[in-house]
Design a protein around this ligand. Structure first.
Ligand code: NDP
Length: 253
């Protein structure tokens, strides 16, 4: 049975990667999904078409995150689309998935790069939550996509890991505040997960990355999307403020 019928969801950065997979998965559960993207309109449209072919409902919303006015711009368009399709501006599920990697060694990262990483990965999710809470009915769901790198050392991604560490704080503190409304908020931490990065076309690199998981393979976007979808359902009502390890056992050491 569909577990999210009658619900609406916003998945940031769902034009590709695990955001795309989460959008498709939530739509399969019956949610009307806002497929947010920044640059790749064609990719976002492809996600909407895929959802619709599957009998689901979705629409694309464009907004650059990490710049002034980002959240207001996104919500102006989102509210209009929701009202048109549902007659209300209720948003039941927010998935903060959009993120940028660093890929810059600690001794080379510039203040500008650092600010950008924090603006997209930590600041934008905070203000998206702040804004979304005005539209979120009791029983709503907030899911933040962190990274196993908050618990797995990688000096080349220190600024990125710091931003995800900041993101994880959202679940702890908002969980307490939102409990009375029945709203849950959790962090999901993926390990290395296949996305459009060309590194996944290099068999030797994939083999090496696969070795980090207890299951001996890299993650597929659907591996993470299934966890996100579960947290969005009523069945996950008793889980809040949690760090959910979705690294395929990478953190076991
Ligand atoms: P991708 O890099 O494949 O896609 C990123 C998505 O975010 C795209 O939809 C992109 O939109 C959007 N986006 C990026 N920057 C912005 C911005 N400034 N404003 C608006 N949208 C933006 O994502 P992944 O699936 O690899 O990663 C998803 C999340 O998971 C991220 O938060 C990432 O940090 C995290 N993660 C990823 C891991 C991995 O191995 N892939 C491992 C651990 C965590 P568009 O293309 O339209 O511009």
């Amino acid at each position: 049975a569909e577990r999210l019928t009658g619900r609406t969801a916003l998945v940031t950065g769902s034009s590709r990667g695990m955001g795309r997979a989460a959008a498709i998965r939530l739509a399969q559960e019956g949610a009307l999904v806002a497929v947010h993207y920044h640059q790749d309109e064609a990719a976002a449209r492809e996600v909407v078409t895929t959802v619709e072919k599957d009998g689901g409902r979705a629409f694309a919303v464009r907004a650059e995150l990490g710049v002034d006015g980002d959240v207001d711009q996104l919500f102006a368009v989102l509210e209009e689309d929701l009202r048109e399709r549902t007659g209300s501006t209720d948003l039941h599920v927010l998935v903060n998935n959009a993120g940028v990697m660093g890929g810059v060694a600690a001794d080379e990262v510039t203040p500008e790069q650092f600010d950008r990483i924090f603006a997209v990965n930590a600041k934008a999710p905070f203000f998206l939550i702040q804004r979304a809470l005005r539209n979120m009915p009791d029983g709503g769901r907030i899911i933040n996509i962190s990274s196993g790198l908050t618990r797995f050392a990688n000096p080349d991604e220190i600024a990125y890991a710091m931003s995800k560490g900041a993101l994880e704080q959202l679940a702890l503190h908002f969980a307490k505040a939102l409990g009375p409304r029945g709203i849950t908020i959790n962090s999901v931490a993926p390990g290395i997960t296949r996305n459009g990065n060309p590194v996944f076309d290099i068999p030797e690199a994939v083999e090496q990355m696969a070795g980090l998981s207890a299951f001996g393979r890299v993650g597929e976007p659907e591996d993470v999307a299934d966890v996100v979808a579960f947290l969005a359902t009523d069945e996950a009502r008793w889980i809040t403020g949690s760090f959910v390890d979705a690294t395929g056992g990478t953190l076991l050491g």
